[in-house]
Design a protein around this ligand. Structure first.
Ligand code: FES
Ligand code: FES
Length: 161
């Protein structure tokens, strides 16, 4: 019989929507997002904290939600890929990934877009070195990265206005 744990009450705001929930202490943030809140844009691509497919922003900082407990997000603001689109309009980062062919299977893409979001919040004109550093925690198995760099450069250009 599976062991059960006493649940813990948490409050969490995801993509601007407040939630009051009860979670087991062992529940991972990615499980909460995908299985409780049905936000399946956040992916799980490994079991070693390596790939970054699970990247979300917690209070503006990129975290790997596969190795963050849901209780650690108590009181936090979380941004997932679903929160980038506004009123049916894609975010400039999403448009740039499409326009630059910065994805193939798309499995890594939500995490890459959140890491890009964090970068561009801090630096509107990042160098290639800055971009490489910003996405060092995100692994893409398909693209060879060149179009991802182009997408991030285009996103930076478009968000500078
Ligand atoms: S799922 Fe691979 S780092 Fe989180
Ligand atoms: S587009 Fe397939 S893993 Fe990156």
């Amino acid at each position: 019989m599976p062991e059960t744990f006493e649940k813990v009450a948490i409050k969490i705001t995801v993509n601007g929507k407040a939630h009051a929930l009860e979670v087991e202490p062992r529940t991972l943030l990615v499980e909460l997002l995908r299985e409780t809140l049905d936000l399946t844009g956040t992916h799980v691509g490994c079991d070693t904290t390596y790939c970054g497919a699970c990247t979300v922003l917690m209070n503006g900082a990129a975290v790997k939600s596969c190795t963050t407990f849901a209780v650690q997000a108590d009181g936090a603001q979380i941004l997932t890929v679903e929160g980038l689109e506004k009123n049916g309009d894609l975010h400039p980062i999403q448009k740039a990934f499409g326009d630059s062919y910065g994805l193939q299977c798309g499995y890594c893409t939500p995490g890459l877009m959140l890491s890009t979001y964090q970068l561009l919040e801090r630096d509107h004109d990042p160098s290639e070195k800055d971009i490489r550093k910003a996405i060092a925690g995100n692994t893409c198995r398909c693209t060879g990265y060149q179009n991802i760099f182009k997408a991030i450069q285009l996103a930076a250009h478009n968000t500078r206005g």
